[in-house]
Design a protein around this ligand. Structure first.
Ligand code: PLP
Length: 500
């Protein structure tokens, strides 16, 4: 299988190249030229398989330049019982909300308690094998700018991975105390963490600049190193996400919740549009999905886009209780637009240029029609996020995090508006303990205090929900990093850390 850029169809690369490069030279994103087609018989063969076997099956079609041994090695190193707590990294839990049955797909059992582990535990394995095919013997230097979740998940994924080094930059005052502690206690001999004096944009701009500074690129090259990327537009991060939708469908059939061939609806709390796009790819491959419900918080640029066909990021930015969805430019949407425009790379490039220059673009009526026929967009503010957590907890004694709550609330809006009661899978993207303050505020506001770990304990007492080991252990871990640098000193920091 080959991949081409969404902004230039003539830029064609292998999977290993797409994963090594991360993004196309023209600024477009790599997309598969065609998708494997699964019949109901194909899905039937997946039913008796474990999660890892299903993953290997799906990857084999997409990573045609990998051997089956290489793929098996990637999967079995990533999704282990040790890292995900069981042999099923993405379990389904069935609850009722407002009288409707909801199947909650818990994607947060990995080492950092957020769904990004599903991709970032396997990306390092894809990447090191890809580099070996393309750039054998070199060490990949991965720079990450993070506002919290991605940094920790990337560190945990890449720690002690051969031939890689990682440096994570985060805004000194722009991440939660829990996220800061998660990063600063990170283990691994090849990783480094540094706060910068500035905001997330300063960190991101700094990283991008380093990537393109000729002097540094040459220094790396002289030392047998090269830059690579772990951010969410890398195909190697999207691909692993397709698997859990296929796997959840199989689980629903095995649990007699649906018959093979029945359609399901999928609800995803959305930021950069990666997770929901993976579900859409699964559908294009033949997984019977009826509707994609795209849930946003008060930063509802996607809700408006789905409803009007106009993408307009010129609006106020809100810091919400679901911070991982506080985003105004959803990068992965570009891949959907490419498909819906009939692979029209020129048109996609034009829209992306408009987005960069004016912050706005409008899709054609044909594209808009495709979007509205398959996607439903809705949003939910912080008050409703909290009341949804509270209701689900009171009715079912089940605790969900703020992002998952946005999804459940928007799903409820969808059912009330349409009456569509197709069986549903709701992506649950983080452990409630990762956002203890907001979750406690929803269920027992009188217990709020200013000590993060005390709040975790109080939330555990109130709910009885198990505290994930990585969060429970955090309190006693040694702080390894307390580096701070000025944003304009980042290049020196990188050179010193790498010893070049
Ligand atoms: C990253 C993230 C999201 C958004 O996922 P996208 O793939 O960017 O749409 C939602 N919830 C949590 C907890 C996240 O960390």
């Amino acid at each position: 299988m080959l991949y081409n850029s969404t902004e230039n169809k003539n830029e064609v690369v292998s999977a290993a190249q797409a994963i090594s490069q991360g993004i196309s030279k023209d600024g477009g994103l790599f997309v598969p030229q065609e998708l494997p087609q699964y019949t109901l018989d194909t899905i039937k063969t997946l039913l008796p398989m474990s999660y890892n076997e299903r993953a290997k099956f799906v990857f084999a079609d997409f990573l045609s330049d990998f051997t089956s041994e290489e793929i098996a090695d990637c999967v079995d190193s990533a999704y282990t019982k040790e890292k995900f707590g069981s042999d099923c990294p993405a379990p389904l839990v069935t609850k009722k909300y407002n009288g409707n049955e909801i199947n909650i797909m818990e994607l947060w059992h990995g080492p950092t308690c957020a769904f990004k582990d599903m991709a970032l535990q396997i990306l390092p394995h894809f990447l090191t094998k890809s580099l070996k095919k393309k750039y054998d013997g070199k060490t990949a230097v991965i720079l990450v700018a993070t506002s919290g979740d991605t940094g920790k998940a990337a560190l945990e994924g890449f720690k002690d991975v051969d031939n890689t080094k990682m440096i994570v930059f985060y805004p000194e005052d722009g991440v939660s105390p829990m996220q800061k502690r998660q990063m600063n206690t990170q283990k691994g001999n090849n990783v480094n963490v540094c706060a910068i004096k500035g905001n997330f944009d300063d960190a991101q701009t700094g990283v991008k600049k380093i990537f393109t500074t000729e002097e540094i690129v040459k220094l790396l090259n002289d030392n047998n190193m090269l830059f690579s990327s772990a951010n969410s537009i890398n195909w190697g991060r999207l691909l692993p996400q397709i698997v859990y939708y296929v796997s959840a469908y199989c689980d629903l059939v095995n649990d007699n919740k649906i018959n093979l061939g029945d359609k399901i609806n999928v609800v995803v709390p959305t930021g950069n549009f990666g997770n929901i796009l993976a579900a859409y790819y699964a559908c294009c491959m033949g997984l019977p999905i009826n509707k994609f419900i795209c849930a946003s918080n008060k930063n509802n640029v996607l809700t408006d886009f789905i409803n009007t066909g106009v993408y307009d990021k010129n609006r106020q930015f809100y810091a919400t209780a679901s911070p991982s969805m506080d985003i105004l430019v959803s990068s992965n949407l570009e891949r959907l637009l490419y498909m819906f425009s009939g692979n029209d790379d020129k048109l996609v490039a034009e829209w992306m240029t408009q987005l960069k220059t004016t912050g706005k673009y409008e899709v054609t009526p044909e594209v808009k029609e495709k979007i509205t026929s398959q996607f439903f967009g809705g949003y939910c503010d912080d008050d409703n996020t909290k009341s949804t957590i509270k209701k689900l907890f009171e009715d079912e004694k089940y605790l969900c995090d703020t992002h998952t709550s946005v999804a459940i609330n928007v799903y409820n809006q969808y059912v009330e508006k349409t009456g569509d009661k197709t069986p549903v899978v709701i992506a649950s993207t983080a452990s409630p303990y990762k956002f203890s303050h907001s979750v406690l505020e929803a269920v027992s506001p009188e217990l709020i205090c200013d000590d993060e770990f005390e709040m975790v304990e109080r939330l555990n007492k109130v709910s009885g929900a198990e505290v994930p080991k990585p969060i429970a252990e955090l309190k006693n871990l040694e702080v390894r990093f307390n580096n701070v640098t000025e944003a304009d000193k980042m290049p020196e920091y990188v050179k010193n850390t790498l010893g070049i």
